[in-house]
Design a protein around this ligand. Sequence first.
Ligand SMILES: *Cc1c(COP(=O)(O)O)cnc(C)c1O
Length: 577
Amino acid sequence: MNRDANHFRNQDSHSNASMPIHHSSSAYPSLRNITIEDFQLSSTGLTEEQRAQALAQLHEYLSIQKANFLGYQVNQQLDYEDDLKPYLNYHVNNVGDPFIDGNLTIHSKWMERAVLDYYARVWNARLPHNPADGESYWGYVVSMGCTEGNLYGLWNARDYLAGKLLLEEHTAEEEARVASFGGHPRSLLRRLIYKQALPLDGQPHAYTPVVFYSEDTHYSIIKAGIVLGLHTFYQIGQHYYPNENPLAPGQPWSKEVPSTQGSTGPGSIDIPSLVKLVEFFAAKGYPILICFNYGTTFKGAYDDVEAAGKALMPIFQRYGLHERKVYYDPSDPNQFDLRTGYWFHVDGALGAAYMPFVEMAYNAEKIAQRGPNFDFRLPFVHSIAMSGHKWIGAPCPCGIYMTKTKYQLRPPDNPEYIGSPDTTFAGSRNGLSAMILWDYLAKTSYEGEIEKALYTEKMAEYAVQKLKELEQHLGESLWVERTPLSLTIRFKQANPNIIFKYSLSSETLFVNGQKRAYNHIFIMAHVTTQLIDQLITDLRQPGAFPSQPTVAKPPEIAPTRHPKHLAHFPHLGRGFH
Ligand SMILES: *Cc1c(COP(=O)(O)O)cnc(C)c1O
C-alpha cells in the first residue's frame, strides 16, 4: 500500500514523464485520517482495490467533516443525488449566452433561463429577458461562485462608465471575400468592434471610473478591481489630490470607505462618509462605481443600498452623472448612447439569496426585522451577484449574475443587432450548475424558503444563547457577537483541534488597541441544535480557548515607497481562511 519513490521510478522509467525529486507525500500538507500516499497517481493507475481503499478514505473523511461543518456560509444540506446522479456521465455545456441556444446542443440553457427568471422575480427585475426591452433583465449562471459575478459586474461597469462601445463591423464579409482570392479559405466571423467614446471637451475625467467599497468588502471585489485595472478613490485621491481628503482634510486618504455601527449592525458601509467621498469625485466629473455588500463575509452586515442611493442621487443630478451622452460617431453629433455616470453593483453572495424571503416573512409578521432593500426595485441598482453554493447549497461553486439589458455593452440602438452570443465571462460554462439550481428551486416554494430563513434565524439565536451561557459558566468573556439578521456569530478563537473539527474560519480584529483572534460560525440550513450543543461541549473543555498574547498597539502598516500604487489587497482573503 505504501508506495514509495522507487515504485514511481520503476513504474515510470519507460515514459517521457519526469520524476519527482522526492516523494511528494512528504512535501505536501498531511491530513488527519487520510493516508496521502494511498492517493498518489502513477503511470499505471491504481488497482481496483487500491482505488476502492482510497475512495473509502475520501468518503469517510468528507462525511465526518460535513457532519460537523460550522465555519463557512456553505449549506451542507444537499439533496441532488436522486435527480442528478446520472448526469456525471454527461458533458453539459452552456457555452455562450443563456438566451441563445447555439449549436452545442448538449446544454441545459432552458433550465438556466428558468432559474434566472426565478431570481428575476425574487429580485423584482422585469422579465422575461427581451433583447429589445432595455428594462428587462439579463444575466447568466456563472461557473465560479460570486467571485465571477463580481468580476463580470465590475467589468461591465468599467466598460459602461469608461465610454467603451461595441459597434457592428460591416466590412467583415467583404474583407473575407477579398482575402480568399489569395488561395486560402477565409472564415467569416461576425465581428463587433470594441471602441472608445470620443473624449468630452472640458471633462478630462469623464471616462475614468472611481471605485468605492467599504472596509468589510470581500476580497473578490479587490481582486476584480486589480484584474480590471480599476482605480479606487484611495488610489486616485492619494495620487492626484493628496491634501484634499474630504473625510479628514490634510490627512492621508483612507484606503476603503469606513464601515459603521449602522442600523443594520456593525460592518455596513458608512453612508455619510460614502457621500462625502463620492461628492468629491462627482464634482470633478469622474464616473462613480460603488460595490455594496449584501451580507459581509465576516460580520454578515447589510449595506443600506436604498439609503445610499437616495443620498447620492441629488449629487449625481447636480454634476450631470444621473444621465449623460456618450458619443460614438465623430461625424454625427446626433449619435449617442444615454448612460448613467454611476454604477451600483450589489455583492449579494449570501444575502441576495435569502433576504427576499426574510422580507416575505416580515410582511407576514413572522419575523420582527428585515434587511434593507437592495434589488432591482431600486432604480439605481445596476447589477447583483450571488453564490449558488452558500444559501442554496450545491456540490460545486456556482452562482448568478444579473443586470438590466440596457446596461449590457452592445451596439447602441441598432435595430439590426443580432447579438454576440459571447456575452459571458467564461467560454464553456458549467451546465450542471444550472441543473443543480433548477433542481433545488423545483423542490422548494417561497413558503419553504421562508421557513428555511426562519429556521436559520432561530438557530442563530440559539447559538448566541448557548455561547452566552458558556461565558457565564466559564466566568470569562468570549467576545460573542452577532450582527442583527446575520447568520454568523463570532467569538474568541478556539484551539486547533476544535477549529479543524468544525472547519471554523478565523479572523484577527483589533478592539480598542487589543489584538483579538476570533472564530466565527455560520448558521446554514444543515445546522441543528445537536451540532451547536456538540460545539459547546467541546468549547467547555479545559484548553478550548488558548490564551492570546495581547499587543498594546497595532503595528504600523509599513507604507511602500510608492504609496500611489498601493492597493489594499489581502493575501488570504477576508473570512475565507
Ligand atoms: C463568499 C463571498 C464572495 C465570493 O463568492 P464565491 O462564491 O466564494 O466566489 C463574495 N462576496 C461575499 C460577500 C462573499 O461572502
